[in-house]
Design a binder for this molecule. Structure first.
Ligand code: NGS
Length: 376
């Protein structure tokens, strides 16, 4: 009896303790649950992007991760966290020294912001020999020795964008003339193959072809719809070390709107680099058809090859209007394992996928047409 009483008494003394323990366990459980929910939201939702009404809304990561190594495969909703631009000040290309040298050595006065002209005259016809009169019109009196040893290739990927191309060239050629860059050629690389557009393939086939023929020492990959608006944004590799230069940092879509930088991982638009760098990257991927992703794939190549990009302080561009291109629904899947494919998909397999059909020389540009090679 005594024992029983003692036991029951003992039991009743233990109950508050075990209750307390249960309470602690539940508390810890809820805190852990809360932390996981916060973590999930932070990594998966907050930093992701969504497509809304056919336009992508980027949610800026609030805890931008610095100097991170690339994960393979890439979790797509972390893509825009990666830092592709060089750390600190070395991420900014300061061309002031070169601009000053130009002004001293060649008496070139680059004024900065320009007014662009979006109404080329009717006789400004790209494939006509008559356009040579525009070269005479724009030709400045003296050439500058500073760019003498550089051979620049400006490669513009193209199909069905005649109006954008005219607008670009009507502004770009006098722009290069202002900078006294004469040792250059503009190459229009036109996809003649029907079906979806493939910018990466066009850039790759053009690059390989030019390395065998024109042998540039500096290459600029240029979107057809972007017009430079600041003449101190020098189209040259002379200020570069081995870093590629993402030139189209600030874009605006109509003259009244403010400039925007879409996201810091972006390397699309206008990209300049030395040929050795492009070879090291194995060029662009050949697998992105239609709109989107090929430039982010290039960004991933930079990261995994430990190459960071620089951006000039003068990279201001006007984006000319065109119809919306079909988006590539596979682009996220391709980006997911892009870094696994990069050494076998690019410059080194383009010759099996595309071929140059024709090359025409016009006063303003060299026009190259490209077709795909049928796969069995
Ligand atoms: C991203 C695309 C890029 C594209 C960039 C800016 O979403 O290819 O938008 O486009 N990446 C993916 O879709 C994965 S823009 O607004 O300039 O047309 O370059």
């Amino acid at each position: 009896m005594t024992i029983q009483r003692y036991r029951s008494c003992h039991c009743s003394r233990k109950t508050p303790n075990s209750k307390r323990r249960t309470l602690w366990f539940s508390l810890i459980f809820f805190v852990l649950l809360l932390l996981s929910i916060i973590y999930y939201f932070q990594t998966s939702i907050y930093q992701s992007f969504q497509e809304v009404n056919d336009s992508i809304i980027y949610k800026k990561p609030w805890n931008l991760l610095y100097k991170q190594k690339i994960l393979v495969p890439v979790s797509i909703n972390r893509l825009y966290d990666y830092r592709v631009v060089c750390d600190g000040q070395s991420g900014i290309l300061n061309q002031t020294e070169l601009v000053n040298r130009l002004s001293k050595v060649c008496k070139i006065n680059l004024k900065g912001s320009l007014n662009i002209n979006l109404n080329p005259p009717n006789d400004f016809q790209l494939r006509s020999s008559l356009t040579s009169k525009y070269i005479d019109l724009w030709r400045a009196s003296n050439s500058c020795s500073i760019f003498e040893n550089e051979t620049l290739a400006i490669i513009i990927s193209y199909r069905d964008r005649e109006k954008n191309l005219k607008n670009l060239l009507y502004n770009l050629i006098p722009f290069l003339e202002r900078q006294r860059i004469r040792n250059y050629k503009i190459f229009i690389i036109e996809q003649q193959a029907a079906g979806p557009f493939n910018k990466g393939r066009l850039y790759n086939i053009a690059f390989n072809h030019l390395m065998r023929t024109y042998k540039p020492t500096c290459v600029t990959f240029h979107d057809v719809d972007l017009i430079p608006e600041n003449d101190q944004n020098l189209y040259s590799c002379l200020s570069l070390t081995h870093h590629p230069l993402h030139m189209s940092t600030n874009i605006h879509f109509d003259k009244k709107s403010l400039y925007t930088t879409l996201y810091s991982f972006l390397v699309g638009g206008v990209l300049t680099m030395q040929p050795e760098t492009f070879i090291r990257l194995n060029g662009y991927s050949n697998r992105y058809f239609n709109w989107g992703g090929e430039d982010d794939d290039m960004g991933l190549r930079f990261l995994s090859k430990d190459i960071c990009v620089q951006r000039p302080t003068t990279g201001y561009y006007y984006a000319t209007f065109h119809s919306i291109q079909t988006r590539n629904p596979n682009r996220f899947k391709l980006l997911f394992d892009a870094t696994l494919r990069q050494d076998s998909d690019g410059l080194n397999n383009i010759d099996r996928l595309a071929s140059i059909k024709n090359q025409y020389e016009y006063p303003l540009v060299t026009w190259i047409t490209v077709e795909w090679i049928e796969q069995d």
